[in-house]
Design a protein around this ligand. Structure first.
Ligand code: DX5
Ligand code: ZN
Length: 233
């Protein structure tokens, strides 16, 4: 997985059919998804429960792109090894999930996987200032984590600050929550290169009728790319 800052759309399977994840992953990638975003929730760090490493392992053969695993769990450290073995490409932990995010990121990197750090809307960019050389991705939450389909919270200023802090480092900025054709442009302009989109991609289609997934992905990509500096809208 080489680094590039081109715009990537990462559909979140939180909005897919839970009884048919394999087919949903295949469908959304066939329709142009760059990555597949996998939301793990524990009912403790966030008020919702999804699934654990066994589900991630079961999904692995259906994900030929990048499996981007977003851990909304606390504690995180006891489960890193299991998610790495399950086949995650990127493992992202929340800065708010424990007292030792630095140790958590070291542990993720030690598995040979890419390490991500996520920031809730209430957490400032400075929280990752001392972590920039040990992460591959910073996930800026634009909703309070726990559920799909929530109202977007504008974090453009934080994204701009992070983009400046990152400089030339090979670190992705990912936006997670409430991404639509309306909200994507400002995020891309502020410096994000990975846009997670759950409900806006999966609504309207199904694994058996996946064309709407492709239409949604293309529309978000176009809206975001035309907002980039140097592009004509
Ligand atoms: C929220 C999750 C998101 C969520 C985004 O806790 O981390 O990945 O699925 O869903 P939408 O795009 O519906 O806001
Ligand atoms: Zn997520």
């Amino acid at each position: 997985m080489s680094f590039d800052r081109s715009l990537k759309i990462a559909p979140s399977i939180l909005a897919a059919d839970f009884a048919d994840f394999g087919a949903e992953c295949r469908a959304v990638q066939a329709q142009g998804a760059d990555w597949v975003h996998v939301d793990v929730m524990d009912g403790h760090f966030v008020p919702n429960i999804t699934f654990g490493p066994q589900m991630v392992a079961a999904l692995r053969p259906h994900v030929r792109t990048v499996m981007d695993v977003h851990l909304m769990i606390a504690p995180v450290d006891p489960y890193i090894e299991a998610f790495a073995r399950a086949g995650a490409d990127i493992i992202t932990a929340h800065v708010e999930a424990g007292a030792h995010i630095h140790r958590t990121l070291q542990a993720i990197r030690a598995t040979g996987k890419k390490a991500g750090v996520a920031l809730n809307p209430g957490t400032g960019a400075e929280a990752v200032e001392n972590l920039l050389d040990m992460v591959d991705l910073i996930c800026v939450m634009t909703v309070n984590p726990g559920f799909g389909g929530q109202q977007f919270i504008d974090m453009s200023e934080k994204v701009r600050r992070l983009r400046a802090m990152i400089g030339d480092r090979p670190v992705h900025i990912e936006i997670d929550g409430g991404i639509t054709v309306e909200t994507a442009p400002a995020m891309a302009r502020a410096g994000a290169d990975v846009l997670v989109a759950g409900s806006s991609v999966f609504k309207g289609g199904s694994a058996a009728d996946p064309a709407p997934y492709g239409e949604a992905i293309r529309a978000i990509r176009l809206a975001a790319e035309t907002a980039l500096p140097g592009r004509v809208a």
